[in-house]
Design a protein around this ligand. Structure first.
Ligand code: SF4
Length: 481
């Protein structure tokens, strides 16, 4: 590949200068392209740290490329490069590797060609809702609703101008239609995928089974629409047959498992909600699909796999209906750059989102974009290592000490450090609880002033130091005498 076909000469010089001024270390550059083709402008965004790329996503947009130099001159992408390229690719951003002399280029992934956005005509769509329009011919006593028309117009404007709108619509507005009609028209004109995120499965079903059909009749566009669910909703063939074998081994006869086996032969979806009964949680937990246990393409059942089929359906759909949890789990995977691994993001790439039942998103978003601390969990694990019961020392530490007699001095420090971690965790727990007030719950940002916040940060820091000290003890040599 001739680098001059992809980067204009003046930017090649400028990148070379930047690499030299970074002492020939690794740097990251954003390249702006002409409609996804040739880089005509560049800016350096990071020095010497590949991991920072996902965080830099905020500076890039669809059609840009990331240029990354390999000082060794070997332009083969590392696994980290491939993961980052996959993550950026889902946003339409390309990834190129160059050498320090900037005369060689390796294309890991191309940016998408940015097409001009085609606006949706609000005047034409508003006409559909007027008396005498298509909608009135579908209902006997149709009455135009002003709030629905205002909402539809606002949604169209948000799409056309790539704006965020927050709309509060009362009961009876007909809000699903007010967003579905613009969404359908948008996907037709712009070939972009849109996600509709709701809090409840009932609303998801109502959208797909009723409202989408009506919206398609009204606006004359019928894009493929699918509900996307988390993988634990689907039965996993591999786990089902493993469980069956286990039961046979122990001569167990589970009636529910038998019925699920018969259903497995006929179901087209493998979705728990298609079963005629609600299986016991512990049984379903043992036979449903789980990311950590899924062998993907290496699985002997992969051609029949319901999760893979559901993903294929989602990829072929222009409109995806999901719940808030699934959406935030997908966004958090993208943010953490997990793409390109064996467990890719849950959803295929999409460009726009409609949140319905949006009053619930704060809870879902917080659960994916926050760290959690539980004194009970920390204490549970530490007490497995060292604890005193009725004056007697028990726990893994004493077991290992007695059985293997570790020679390391560091080993003897364990009980002391465990005690200190427990004390710091307890202090943090008490510190946080004292800030929550009577309600017992609050958002960290809302509730406290700078002084209280600093206090919590200090307690976190102390606990962190103790945990680091513990992990720094490392492995111990043992004598088996
Ligand atoms: S591909 Fe994964 S989810 Fe599908 S049947 Fe195999 S192990 Fe189960």
């Amino acid at each position: 590949m001739n680098i001059k076909d992809r980067i204009v000469q003046k930017e090649i010089f400028s990148i070379k200068r930047e690499i030299e001024s970074a002492d020939n270390n690794e740097i990251l550059i954003i390249g702006h392209t002409e409609r996804g083709k040739k880089v005509f402008a560049t800016e350096v965004v990071a020095h010497g740290n590949k991991i920072s790329v996902p965080a830099l996503k905020q500076y890039m947009q669809k059609g840009d490329v990331v240029l990354h130099n390999h000082p060794s001159g070997n332009l083969s992408p590392s696994n980290a490069d491939i993961n980052i390229a996959a993550m950026l690719g889902s946003y339409g951003i390309g990834f190129y590797i160059i050498n320090n002399e900037v005369d060689k280029l390796y294309i890991v992934s191309e940016p998408v060609e940015v097409k001009k956005v085609e606006s949706v005509d609000s005047f034409k769509l508003l006409k559909l809702l007027k008396p005498g329009g298509i909608i009135s011919s579908l209902f006997n006593h149709y009455e135009e609703r002003e709030s629905q028309a205002v909402m539809l117009e606002t949604v169209i404007e948000s799409f056309n101008k790539s704006k965020i709108s927050v709309i509060e619509a009362g009961t009876g507005t007909g809000k699903s239609l007010a967003y579905l009609i613009p969404v359908f028209k948008w996907t037709e004109k712009n070939y972009e995928r849109v996600v509709i995120s709701t809090a409840t499965i009932n609303l998801q079903q109502q959208i797909v089974e009723n409202d989408a059909i009506l919206a398609a009749k009204i606006c004359g566009v019928n894009p493929k629409i699918s509900i996307v669910k988390g993988r634990s909703n689907y039965v996993c063939h591999k786990r089902y047959y493993e469980r069956l074998e286990e039961n046979a081994l122990f001569n167990e006869n589970d009636e529910e498992l038998k019925i699920i086996g018969e259903w497995l032969e006929t179901t087209k979806t493998g979705d728990r909600s298609d079963l005629s009964f609600y299986p016991k949680d512990d049984l379903w937990g043992n036979i449903c699909s789980e990311a950590e246990l899924c062998t993907g393409i290496r699985c002997p059942w992969h051609e029949k796999c319901f999760v893979l089929k559901a993903r294929k359906r989602a990829s072929a759909s222009k409109v995806l209906v999901v719940n808030h949890h699934l959406l935030f789990s997908d966004l958090s995977m993208r943010r953490n750059g997990n793409l390109g691994s064996d467990e890719p993001a849950v959803l295929p790439p999409f460009m726009r989102i409609i949140f319905d039942e949006a009053h619930n998103i704060e809870k879902s978003a917080s659960s994916y974009f926050s760290e959690s601390f539980s004194f009970t969990t920390i204490s549970k694990y530490l007490k497995r290592i060292v604890r005193v019961v009725r004056g007697k020392n028990i726990g893994l530490y004493y077991y290992v000490k007695k059985s293997y007699k570790p020679a390391d001095k560091a080993f003897t420090k364990i009980p002391g450090i465990v005690k200190k971690i427990l004390a710091s965790a307890e202090n943090l727990d008490i510190g946080i609880l004292s800030l929550l007030g009577k309600s017992g719950s609050s958002l960290f940002n809302d509730l406290i002033n700078d002084k209280s916040r600093a206090k919590v940060y200090e307690l976190i820091k102390v606990l962190n130091e103790k945990l680091l000290k513990f992990s720094a003890l490392g492995n111990f040599s043992v004598s088996n005498g």
